[in-house]
Write a protein that binds this ligand. Structure first.
Ligand SMILES: Cc1cc2nc3c(=O)[nH]c(=O)nc-3n(C[C@H](O)[C@H](O)[C@H](O)COP(=O)(O)OP(=O)(O)OC[C@H]3O[C@@H](n4cnc5c(N)ncnc54)[C@H](O)[C@@H]3O)c2cc1C
Length: 637
């Protein structure tokens, strides 16, 4: 609600207010367009005008406007703006003044947190590309998903941009090229290996469809790794040439801040140079954590090593219960390696736990072994080359067990690569626990929206930004939008971090958008939450395959595919979560993410006519609620 004294507020119906109101609404619309259903009619001839602002999703209009206004500017500037003579066309003086101030602030570096908030405002902000003497308008530190996207976007808007990217080798000596985690050691190789695993399933399915398989299919690890790495090399090459054609300078060096506008660059040979810029974007991502127990770095690999592993992994222990752990364990099992997962507590923390359990159940049915409630305490290399893993249950020394594995893959989480940036020197604060970059102090209303750090001319996107989903499309979109807000002459849009859809690429995939059931219950209370659910069997699984049934126990049990839709009864039956466990569900949920963004109701979902015969149609026919207690029967075609 409206803050006390001295804060901006909107007085409706006051004579002569329409010009100012139009300016306010313009600011609001570009800063939080998703929040407003807006129609502003002002009589251009100077006569009485009409202003209508409707809020999407309700809420208190005054407080929302007040919030958005304060997002856009600090109080002094707001007062100036409110008392400025309104103008309805051309390049308004008040807006031009704000633009000029912006560059001065960025070029000058220092600024109060309040100024920082003002700088973060999406509209009306623009870096003046000519008024400074730095080498670049922007230096991007980190050439991964977010950094490259921001650099190319900024360059396309006329900015002089450099990208520094440097990969420190893993303890096993693995290195890679330009493009960051996703391309080299993340989404891309992971999805290709998942595909290799799916192909085995498809081969097993082929026989009842009439395909004669003359011999048992055999998998060649080296052949797969070569194909994956060839593809990655082509992407690395493509990225370098894209940067060249976009006129972005690529600096293959480790960057660290030397002063507020200078980075020290150290290349592979240890040669040091310096570069300066008006503003900086930190997009350094993260790297896998090690548990810091004896033998971890000497004996274990991480996802940074797995996708280029020269020899087949053999008997493998995956430590961790993250999506990376389960995805890797899933494809390793399907490719024929004896694979175990050691997890301390729950799988897929933060995801819907009913769906997570189904993923694990399916993996177990397909041969992945789970060692639950255990943590490794040491790793030792055996004369045979195998790794001896000793572990304890629930942290107790007593009853420690051990076993030998050919490969141990650690997937216990990631840490942000901020420690080597010398951030203390430039006033950029990080969260003490996660080491991720924070927004200006006490900016709960704007946190993360602006990608601005506690130093006004230093921004951050991607995995390194505190409290945001660690996903490639998030890093890309945030980077592009930030670049637009910094360098475009027009208004820019803020990144919307809400309702980002995602998929866990385990053997049975799990895709979701919106809240998990646990989160929905926390937010709404169980009385207000209706859970619709169904089990289903894809038609493609129908022809019985003896070989498939034998080799993949449980595959045709019909219980593995699952749909769940969460509905807020107290919000006009709005759909607040969609969850699917099944085949290719990422492709399905991507489309439904749009529906969640547009705040559809369960009735809207029911009004959709399904496409038959598909798995996706299950979402249009959900009638059974959890509350009803009705036993689920497997739906199918
Ligand atoms: C195994 C795995 C699977 C994944 N699967 C998916 C998926 O299916 N879908 C999805 O959306 N996301 C997935 N992710 C997450 C995704 O990869 C990240 O969210 C994304 O790469 C983050 O991009 P970024 O730009 O923040 O950082 P990154 O892509 O990590 O890029 C940062 C770059 O900066 C470099 N760098 C760091 N410090 C410096 C410095 N001081 N100087 C110069 N350069 C520096 C790094 O070496 C790196 O090249 C996966 C991640 C992993 C590990």
């Amino acid at each position: 609600m409206l803050p006390p004294r001295g804060r901006p507020h909107l007085r409706r119906g006051r004579p002569g207010a329409q010009g100012r109101s139009l300016l306010w609404v313009a600011i609001l619309f570009v800063s939080s367009p998703e929040a407003f259903k807006l129609s502003a009619v002002v009589n251009a001839s100077g006569g009485p005008g009409r202003l209508t602002v409707r809020l999407r999703g309700g809420g208190n209009i005054i407080s929302r406007i007040d919030l958005a206004l304060r997002r856009a500017m600090d109080e002094a500037e707001l007062e100036d703006t409110l008392t400025a003579k309104p103008s309805l066309g051309g390049d308004r003086e008040d807006l031009r003044a704000v633009r000029e101030q912006r560059m001065q602030r960025l070029a000058g570096g220092a600024g109060s947190p309040k100024t920082a908030l003002r700088d973060a405002a999406p509209p009306l902000r623009r870096v003046d590309l000519k008024s400074h003497a730095y080498d670049y308008d922007m230096i991007v530190i980190g050439g991964g998903s977010g950094g490259l996207a921001a650099a190319k976007e900024a360059a396309s808007l006329g900015a002089r941009v450099a990208v520094c990217d440097f990969v420190s080798p893993t303890p096993m000596g693995t290195e890679w090229g330009l493009g960051g985690t996703c391309v080299n050691v993340g989404c891309i190789p992971k999805k290709l290996m998942h595909r290799a695993a799916q192909l085995k399933e498809a081969l097993l399915d082929a026989e009842p469809y009439g395909w004669g398989l003359s011999s048992q299919p055999e998998h060649n690890w080296g052949r797969m790794v070569n194909s994956v790495q060839d593809h990655i090399a082509s992407i690395n090459f493509g990225y370098r040439s894209e940067l060249r054609s976009a006129n972005v300078t690529y600096l293959n060096a480790l960057a660290t801040f030397d002063d507020e506008h200078t980075v020290l660059l150290t290349d592979k040979k240890g040669t040091k140079t310096r570069a300066t810029a008006a503003c900086f974007l930190i997009a350094v991502g993260g790297r896998p954590k090690y548990p810091d127990i004896p033998g971890d770095r000497e004996c274990c690999i991480t996802s940074d090593d797995l996708f280029s592993l020269a020899k087949p992994p053999g008997r493998t222990l995956v430590v961790g219960a993250s999506y990376v752990a389960l995805e890797c364990a899933g494809f390793l099992t399907a490719l024929g390696y004896d694979t175990s997962v050691m997890m301390r507590s729950i799988p897929l923390r933060g995801f819907d736990q009913e769906c997570a359990a189904k993923v694990v159940e399916h993996m177990e049915e397909h041969g992945t072994q789970f060692i639950r409630g255990c943590v490794p305490t040491k790793f030792e290399r055996r004369p045979s080359g195998a790794v001896r893993v000793t572990w304890s249950k629930g942290g107790a020394e007593e009853g420690a067990e051990h076993d030998d594995f050919d490969t141990v893959l650690l997937a216990i989480g990631r840490y942000a690569l901020t420690q080597q940036l010398n951030l203390e020197k430039v006033g950029v604060e990080v969260d003490k626990r996660s080491l991720k970059i924070l927004n200006p102090a006490d900016a709960s209303a704007t946190i993360g929206d602006t990608e601005q750090s506690t130093s006004p001319h230093i921004f951050a996107v991607g995995d390194v930004l505190e409290g945001r989903p660690e996903l490639t499309p998030v890093a890309i979109k945030a980077g592009q939008r930030l670049a637009q807000r910094l360098f475009s002459t027009g208004a820019g849009r803020c990144m919307d971090y809400d309702s980002v859809a995602t998929t866990v690429f385990t053997p049975i995939e799990y895709a979701c958008v919106g809240w998990s059931e646990e989160e929905a219950e926390k937010q709404l209370g169980s009385d207000n939450l209706e859970v619709f659910h169904s089990r289903y069997t894809p038609l493609e699984w129908a022809p019985p395959s003896e070989q498939a049934t034998e080799l993949r126990a449980g595959r045709h049990a019909g219980s593995t595919c699952f749909a769940k839709v969460l509905v807020a009864r107290n919000l006009d039956d709005r759909v607040v979560g969609i969850h699917l466990v099944g085949e290719h569900v990422g492709e399905i949920v991507q489309g439904f993410a749009l529906a969640i963004k547009h705040k559809i109701s369960k009735q809207d979902l029911d009004d959709v006519v399904g496409i038959h015969p598909t798995s996706a149609e299950v979402l249009t026919t959900l009638t059974v609620t959890k509350r009803s207690g009705v036993e689920l029967k497997t739906a199918g075609c």
